[in-house]
Ligand binder design. Structure first.
Ligand code: NAD
Length: 366
């Protein structure tokens, strides 16, 4: 077995038909698309392999607003990076945040923090995109689509030109913009993904933990589909301490019938609207969700997280970005898991995919 230098997937040299030789070395690929990308610009992909061997852990954050700056703060506290760069069209905002963050340095592990430009993406392990207009009270995430797709038309080509290793999209509507970023960057599908429903899944787990009176770390469940109005909880796969949720409910004795479940999921789905109504934006939990994803990439954790990724036939869905559990490592997405949804979950998931495909068609980027 070897590793495809373009997408990072494991590839069996004897099973694949795609090979090439460059500078006397033989390389094998899982698809013809990967082979062609490599042959077009081999040095670009070999630079990644060299960079992976170094221990410089650099993250560039595009957009130093509420989410970008809180993520930078949470990341600085986590101690998992050596260098954080903030980029924003509002240079003063980036510089002001950098000054404020640097004044924390005597209290945290050493880390370099700078205000920078797109050129800083060149040797970045991860570029996290939070730039764009944010959701206003009463505005749905999908209302934002045209505004932010236009902003992405400007920023994604600038990021991709510097060839950072992985691009993580946070700006809403995150599923649509992950798709836009994939198309505009020309990157393979494992190296561009969105924060998706990692945040919604955390909301689900924390609310369930309170309901079940257990530690949220012991609640294993997923919110999948769109990060937004058509997302869905996978009740059929939910476990508490390894016990299937239905069984847990029958001996726990706390009220949790179907109306309680609907009420709880309603709180998950509407959390962003409610928080935005009260404080104007969301920032803390999304920042922890982003640090969780950052750690999975930088520390090659092989963590299973519900990021938004391009589906290529999984769950019967093609050519749309949606959240399902995926294994995340230093090469990005290495595998998408099949949750074996029940009939109603599958129907809701397909509805969610249909919604997003419709928007992509309207944007004319499919
Ligand atoms: P914000 O308005 O505070 O920050 C956005 C920043 O982007 C601003 O500082 C702005 O100057 C900057 N910006 C705009 N255009 C830019 C460009 N072309 N280049 C560089 N910077 C640019 O908004 P926020 O509250 O930080 O939210 C940011 C985004 O994250 C929104 O789209 C929001 O909906 C989204 N969000 C996503 C999740 C999620 O789970 N995916 C959660 C929370 C927020």
């Amino acid at each position: 077995m070897t590793r495809d230098p373009v997408c990072g997937m494991s590839v069996d040299e004897s099973e694949t038909d795609y090979h090439t030789t460059y500078s006397g070395e033989k390389y094998s690929f899982c698809t013809n698309r990967c082979k062609q990308s490599f042959e077009h610009d081999p040095e670009r992909y070999l630079a990644h392999i060299k960079a992976e061997g170094s221990d410089l852990r650099k993250v560039v954050v595009i957009g130093a607003g509420q989410v970008g700056s809180t993520y930078a703060f949470t990341l600085m506290n986590s101690g998992i990076v050596n260098h954080i760069v903030l980029v924003d069209t509002n240079r003063n905002l980036a510089e002001g945040n950098v000054m404020d963050l640097r004044h924390s340095l005597p209290f945290v592990s050493p880390v370099q923090i700078d205000a920078g430009s797109y050129e800083d993406c060149r040797d970045a392990d991860l570029v996290v995109v939070t730039a764009g207009a944010s959701q206003k009270p009463g505005e749905t995430r999908l209302d934002l689509v045209k505004k932010n797709a236009a902003i992405f038309g400007d920023i994604i080509p600038k990021i991709a030109a510097e060839n950072p290793h992985i691009i993580l999209i946070v700006t809403n509507p995150v599923d649509i913009l992950t798709y836009v970023a994939l198309k505009l960057s020309g990157y393979p599908m494992n190296r561009v993904f969105g924060s998706g429903t990692v945040l919604d899944t955390a909301r689900f787990r924390s609310l369930l933990a309170k309901q079940c009176e257990v530690d949220s770390h012991n609640v294993h469940g997923f919110i999948i589909g769109e990060h937004g109005d058509s997302e869905l909880p996978v009740w059929s796969r939910l476990t508490v301490g390894g016990v299937p949720f239905d069984n847990y409910c029958s001996f726990c004795g706390l009220a949790c019938g179907s109306s309680d479940r609907d009420k709880l999921f309603g709180k998950v789905k509407n959390a962003a609207y409610e928080i935005i109504e009260k404080k104007g934006y969301t920032s803390h939990a999304i920042s922890h969700a982003l640090v969780r994803i950052t750690g999975a990439v930088l520390r090659d954790e092989h963590s299973i997280l519900t990021v938004s990724s391009l589906l290529d036939g999984q769950y019967g869905v093609k050519d749309v970005c949606l959240s399902v559990p995926a294994i995340i490592s230093k090469t990005g997405i290495i595998r998408i898991l099949d949750l074996q949804l029940n009939e109603s979950e599958e129907r809701m998931f397909h509805e969610s995919a249909k919604n997003l495909s419709g928007i992509l068609r309207e944007l004319d980027i499919q």
